[in-house]
Structures are given as structure tokens and as C-alpha cells.
Design a protein around this ligand. Structure first.
Ligand SMILES: NC(=O)C1=CN([C@@H]2O[C@H](COP(=O)(O)OP(=O)(O)OC[C@H]3O[C@@H](n4cnc5c(N)ncnc54)[C@H](O)[C@@H]3O)[C@@H](O)[C@H]2O)[C@@H](O)CC1
Ligand SMILES: [K+]
Length: 501
């Protein structure tokens, strides 16, 4: 698991640790970690020179802000200068970290005030590597000048951009980017991940994130956000044993599809079948039932009117894809939510819930899987607001709707009251295709029916779904192509095998 902490918790932990160490120890640990990652990057090749030349002779530019983030960059720059790099520090703050500046000068580094525009521009354009040390966890809001101009210039340079602690302009606690921000190829972060490095839009500014241990671990409280690794997901996968039978593996009920919308039902049932359900019971009107029977003969189908009576026993429900939003859909959804079973509600079901939030007053687990538009309807806000502050909104939704909420999008987030928000690391933009959400619903429903707790089922479903999409979009790792929701379904067995292996 990668754990992330908000700024106030990082600061408290840093204070506690600093009290036990000589002055400057933490900064020198951070700077040493940053310098060693930069050296490794330079050994891998530089834009302006032959690969493998290493640090000696490399052109390194430091963008230095007025706070301790700038201090880290200056000390790291001094370390690289001692290994033979040509280091130029662009001083952009109203003041600069004195110790760091003295160390850089002593190591033979050059210093340029930001006002010397032409020389600054030339240094940035010719750099092999730029260290962004303008703002760290003390940054508030989008970058102001002169930082914003430096961030733009760095983006246009062929240099590799390495962010110190986090890309300047990204809000460390939320991932919000309010205006200009640095786009890094690599971010070297200290002590713990910051939520803004894992959650978009911040995450996409961070590039590859490397964590440097500065000894903060024992002083950190529970995380605010975490991102599972493959091994965290693998241990949660339900696996059949010699004792298993179809009932023990879990029977999932799927209430989906209507005379108008049939495809969503076929995909949701497919997700449940491929998600490892022991049995799938599908309830819908005639046309979708006919289609599901043809494509998934292993499912047990029932044509229903406006009642679910006689469907048979299930252990979890998936309700909503293609269901419609009329009174019949509402009545059926109400029946599902009146059970004491785990229920996942998606798509049209969420639209119905936006006008019938009372249906969520239940004791059994409820999983909601909205995209930003659907969540906006549920919370009475607009999708743009949600996209800009995804973490805040998914937490609010989990509290207000008393449910496990999986917010789909560029980074899928899963929230449950009083628990760290889970960030799914496996998505791909190719997954933004019609019907892929229906597959996720069925898959997650199968995990719920298999007895996986709601937040784990949602996080595991999202992980497998994203992995299946990656495997089908780019099976050989040498170039991606568009995929359909069906391709995701077809890649699910491979995704399970990848995790199990
Ligand atoms: N506290 C510690 O123990 C450690 C801190 N470290 C470093 O220190 C950093 C935090 O240092 P600081 O607290 O000095 O904060 P920062 O270096 O992030 O920046 C602080 C200053 O930037 C200005 N500022 C804020 N938002 C701005 C904006 N949008 N545009 C322009 N200027 C803006 C403010 O005037 C503020 O004083 C960490 O991110 C990390 O890099 C590391 O050395 C490890 C140890
Ligand atoms: K930074």
C-alpha cells in the first residue's frame, strides 16, 4: 500500500521527529535522497548528450523558492555540483534558504536572480535536468509570478523535470491545481506520499513518484489516502477451495436493462460472470433477458414486471445499468434496497437515487459507482466542481449518502466514512468508453456476493477493471489501441491471472 498524509499531519510528524534530531538533519536527508534520484536519472541519459555520461558535466538548473522546499533543492544541487555537475540556481523567492545557498556556492554552483530574464531563459533551455524547488507543502493556490513563468519555461525545455516533494502549484492535500503548476517527469517526495500526488489533477502533474524515507514513519498517524499495490489486491481476491460450490462462491442478482437499453445488462452480467460469481441471476424485461440468455447461457434469467418476487436467493445485488428511470425502475430499485443484502447501485439507479435519497437509509452495505456527472446530481452540485476537488467530494458523498462511494474518472477514488480514501492505480484513459462502467458494476457485485467487504470489493473491482483495460489496450506494452467494453470483459481472466501470479 502507498500511504499518503495531508499537510498538517506531515508537519506535526516532522516537528516531533525534528525535536529529537540535530538541526538541519531532515533537510539533509531529503536533499541527499533528491540528489541521488537525480544522479540516477542523469546516469540513464540526458537530452543534450550521449546516454550514460552520468552526473559529471551535466547541466542542472534549480528553480528555488523562498521556503524550505527551495532549501532542499539548493542542498541537493550542491551535492550534484560536488559530483561534477554544472549547477545554476535561479532564485525566485523574496528570500532564499541561507544555509542551502552557502552550501551551493561552496560547491561551485552558480546563482542567478530571476530578474536576469535572458540568462535564466537560456539556462533553462539548455538544462539537462531541472529541479523544481519553488513550492512544497507550504504552497497555497496556483503559482504566482515569477514562479508561474518559470514553470512555463521549464515545460518548454527538453530537460527532465524533477519536482522536489511535489510539483509546485499542486495542492499537497487535495491534488487541486488552481492555475499554473509544474509538470514533472519525476517527483521525489519526502517522508510520506501526499494525497495530491495520488489524486488527479495533481497526480498527472507528478509523473513517476519516488518516496525518500526521512524517518517520519513512527510519527505518522493513520493515512488520509492510500493506493493499493498489486499484492494488497491479490490477498483480497476470493479464491474457490475444494469446499466451494456455486452458492458458497456467491450468487449475484443483476437488475439491469430495459426494452430501450439492452447492452448495459449484457455487459453487467458479463462482469459478474467473469468476476467469479458462483451464479448470476438476471432479472429484467423480455428483450434484455433474451439477449443475456444468448450471450451468457450460464446465467439464470427471469422476466419480471414491477416485482422481484420469485427471483430466488442471492447474496448481493447489482442494480441500475440500463434500467431506465421511470416509476417501474424506482419501484424495483426500492425493493432491492429494502433487502438486507449488499447492493451496488450504478447508472440509471443513481439517477433514481438522486430524487429518492431516502432509499439509502438502510443497514446493509451500499456501494454507489457514479462518474462526476452522476455524483453531481446526487450531491446537488455540478460536475466541474467535482472534477476539480474529487477527494473532497467523494468523502462528502460517503458521509452524506452513508454508502461506499466509488467515483469514476481519471483517478478512480473509493471512499467510506472514517476510512482512508483508496485511490485506484490501474486506470487508463482508454477505459473512458461506453459500457465499461457496466462491466465494473457486475465485477464488483460478484466480489460483494463472494463476501468481500464493500470498500475492498470496490477497490478490488476497480483495480482488476483498470488492469484488464490496460492489458487489452496495450497487450505487449509497445503501443495502445482503442478498446471496447467487451474487450475489457475478455481481458478480465488475464487480469485475475496477472494478480494471482
Ligand atoms: N518541515 C520539515 O521538517 C521538512 C521540510 N522539508 C521541505 O520543506 C517544504 C516545506 O517548506 P515551507 O514550509 O518553507 O514551504 P514551501 O517551501 O512550500 O513554501 C513556502 C512559501 O511559499 C510562498 N507561497 C505559498 N504559495 C505560493 C504561491 N501559490 N505562489 C507563490 N508563492 C507562494 C509562501 O509565502 C510561503 O512562505 C517541504 O515541502 C519539503 O520540501 C524537507 O526539507 C524535509 C523536512
Ligand atoms: K516543488
Amino acid at each position: 500500500m502507498r500511504y499518503a498524509h495531508e499537510v498538517d499531519k506531515v508537519r506535526t510528524a516532522e516537528r516531533a521527529l525534528m525535536a529529537r534530531l540535530p538541526d538541519g538533519t531532515l533537510m539533509s536527508r531529503a536533499a541527499a535522497g533528491l540528489a541521488s534520484v537525480c544522479a540516477r536519472i542523469l546516469r540513464g541519459g540526458r537530452p543534450h548528450a550521449e546516454p550514460g555520461l552520468g552526473v559529471y558535466g551535466a547541466r542542472v538548473v534549480l528553480l528555488v523558492g523562498g521556503g524550505d522546499n527551495g532549501g532542499d533543492a539548493l542542498y541537493a544541487g550542491a551535492g550534484l555540483a560536488r559530483r561534477g555537475a554544472g549547477v545554476t540556481a535561479v532564485l525566485a523567492g523574496t528570500k532564499s534558504h541561507e544555509g542551502g545557498l552557502a552550501d551551493l556556492r561552496a560547491a561551485g554552483g552558480r546563482v542567478l536572480p530571476v530578474a536576469e530574464e535572458e540568462r535564466v531563459a537560456t539556462a533553462i533551455d539548455r538544462a539537462d535536468l531541472i529541479i523544481d524547488g519553488m513550492l512544497g507543502i507550504g504552497g497555497r493556490g496556483g503559482l504566482r509570478e515569477p514562479y508561474a513563468g518559470l514553470a512555463r519555461r521549464a515545460a518548454d525545455s527538453p530537460a527532465i523535470v524533477v519536482a522536489c516533494d511535489l510539483p509546485s502549484g499542486v495542492d499537497a492535500s487535495s491534488g487541486q491545481v488552481a492555475g499554473a503548476a509544474v509538470r514533472a517527469d519525476v517527483t521525489v517526495t519526502f517522508g510520506t506520499y501526499k494525497p495530491g500526488l495520488l489524486v488527479d489533477p495533481g497526480a498527472e502533474h507528478a509523473g513517476v513518484v519516488e518516496l525518500v524515507d526521512i524517518g517520519l514513519g513512527p510519527y505518522l498517524p493513520d493515512p488520509d489516502v492510500c493506493a493499493p499495490l498489486a499484492e494488497d489486491v491479490a490477498v483480497r481476491l476470493p479464491r474457490p477451495t475444494s469446499e466451494s460450490n456455486k452458492y458458497r462462491r456467491g450468487v449475484v442478482g443483476v437488475l439491469a436493462g430495459s426494452e430501450t437499453f439492452t447492452g448495459a445488462a449484457v455487459l453487467a452480467v458479463g462482469g459478474a460472470v467473469r468476476g467469479g460469481a458462483g451464479m448470476v441471476r438476471f432479472a429484467s424485461s423480455e428483450h434484455p433477458v433474451e439477449l443475456v440468455r444468448q450471450r451468457w447461457p450460464e446465467s439464470v434469467t427471469t422476466v419480471i414486471g414491477d416485482s422481484l418476487d420469485g427471483i430466488g436467493r442471492v447474496q448481493a445485488w447489482v442494480a441500475g445499468p440500463g434500467l431506465g428511470t421511470d416509476e417501474r425502475a424506482e419501484a424495483l430499485l426500492a425493493q432491492v434496497l429494502a433487502t438486507d443484502l449488499p447492493v451496488l447501485v450504478d447508472a440509471d439507479g443513481l439517477t433514481v437515487l438522486a430524487r429518492r435519497r431516502d432509499l439509502l437509509w438502510r443497514d446493509a452495505p451500499t456501494v454507489l459507482t457514479p462518474h462526476a456527472g452522476e455524483l453531481a446530481r446526487l450531491l446537488g452540485t455540478d460536475a466541474g466542481e467535482i472534477e476539480a476537488r474529487r477527494l473532497e467530494h467523494v468523502r462528502r458523498a460517503a458521509e452524506e449518502l452513508t454508502a461506499t462511494v466509488l467515483l469514476k474518472g481519471s483517478t478512480t477514488l473509493i471512499a467510506e466514512a472514517d476510512r482512508p480514501v483508496r485511490v485506484n492505480p490501474t486506470g487508463t484513459p482508454w477505459l473512458a468508453t461506453a459500457g465499461s462502467g457496466d462491466v465494473l458494476s457486475g465485477l464488483t457485485g460478484a466480489l460483494l456476493a463472494g463476501g468481500v467487504p464493500a470498500i475492498d470489493a470496490a477497490a478490488t473491482g476497480a483495480y482488476l477493471h483498470g488492469l484488464a483495460a490496460r492489458l487489452s489496450a496495450d497487450p505487449y506494452g509497445d503501443g495502445a489501441a482503442p478498446i471496447s467494453a467487451y474487450d475489457v470483459l475478455d481481458a478480465l481472466p488475464e487480469a485475475f491471472r496477472t494478480l494471482a501470479g
